[in-house]
Design a protein around this ligand. Sequence first.
Ligand code: ZN
Length: 239
Amino acid sequence: MVLDPGHGGIDPGASSGDGTLEKDLALAFAKRVAAELEGVPGLAVRLTRTDDSFLSLNRRIRVARAYGADLFVSIHADAAPQNFVHGASVYTLSERPSDAEAAALAARENLSDAVSGVIEPEVKEDVSDILADLMRRETKTFSHAFADTMVSNLGEAVRMNSNPHRFARFRVLMAHDFPSVLLELGYLTNNEDSQTLTDPLWQERAAQAVSRAVARFFDLPPPPELAARPAANAAAPTQ
Ligand code: ZN
């Protein structure tokens, strides 16, 4: 499975009042989830970016495909026009948005490429339309199933948005051949969210919930608590 930390490089994404950048938060969170998932045997986890570099939206899909992605989770923590909007939500692809706010969010996310000055055409699939359509339908079913699993697992751990599973036309979710969701951890424009999102304990709790959702999606046992694992690189205790 592939984790996609949103934004990066010259595209900082959203920012909070105290200067937290979405691109940094997304990367740190993706690394936490990857660390959690390391404890699940039979699961290979890759990140589309592991440092502060810029990737176009198409490139994220291509990188995921090159890694043989069977699940794609794009990680974000965006801004909302109203500062009372709060909580985590999970988005899946749809030509018709679930609501106006989801549509506006997707429009902003889709502008990410413009920051780099290079706007690529939308992904052209090199398979027949009929085949791509069949795959897209199957992929959509899996994307929705995973989004529901993610919402229920996250909902046990962190504060959710009042409408936690929404749809919009996100370009980064347009792969026809693997299920994709976009996770909004919360809103950096909401004071309470921006405080909790930068709290390491909150991040750990949320990362565990995301990892449990991933494991359940693949019918694998849940990741063991990090603290309960043997520390592979720990220095030998001094006697
Ligand atoms: Zn974002």
